[in-house]
Design a protein around this ligand. Structure first.
Ligand SMILES: [Zn+2]
Length: 162
């Protein structure tokens, strides 16, 4: 199913680890862009469900798209809602967040979906499915997300006291 929130668990953990050097919004935007392909297949009934968007090759282009469009989109949004403390989103933050978002999506879906071909169009091989059960992966990602939230909460409280 496209747009599973489980992917965000990995992003929240990275956000907790490197904080202002990472944009959770651009990470999430990369998840949405990658899962547009399966969504279009559901809507139109045509195409490959986990096609090139779910390969490292396709994800590279979507990471670039997420970084560039996400930087301007979220900077605009922060100006709109008057939150200048989050401005600007630097290019290194945008690139890192876009690429971590896109590549982690392919890696996670390569493990949980048999039809994902992570090295397409160069290879149709995927040896990862079945190594970890779907539920174990979901529990792991939920744990990452919760642990990341706890760390972010503690950091925020500490900053407030300073
Ligand atoms: Zn996906």
């Amino acid at each position: 199913m496209p747009f599973t929130p489980f992917h965000m668990g990995a992003g929240i953990a990275v956000k907790a680890a490197i904080q202002s050097r990472f944009s959770l919004l651009i990470f999430g935007w990369a998840q949405v862009l990658i899962d547009l392909q399966p969504l279009l297949v559901i809507i139109t009934g045509k195409g490959v469900y986990h096609g090139l968007s779910h390969s490292y090759f396709g994800a590279t282009w979507l990471a670039l798209a997420a970084a560039v469009s996400g930087k301007y989109l979220f900077e605009f949004a922060f100006r709109l809602i008057r939150q200048p403390q989050f401005l600007p989103i630097s290019w290194p933050v945008a690139w890192l967040s876009g690429f971590v978002g896109a590549y982690s999506h392919v890696l996670i879906d390569s493990i949980t979906h048999r039809d994902v071909k992570p090295f397409a169009p160069f290879s149709q091989i995927n040896n990862l499915p079945g190594r970890v059960s779907d539920s174990a992966m979901e529990i792991f990602l939920v744990f990452c997300g919760l642990a990341g939230c706890v760390v972010l909460f503690i950091l925020r409280e500490r900053r407030r006291k300073d």
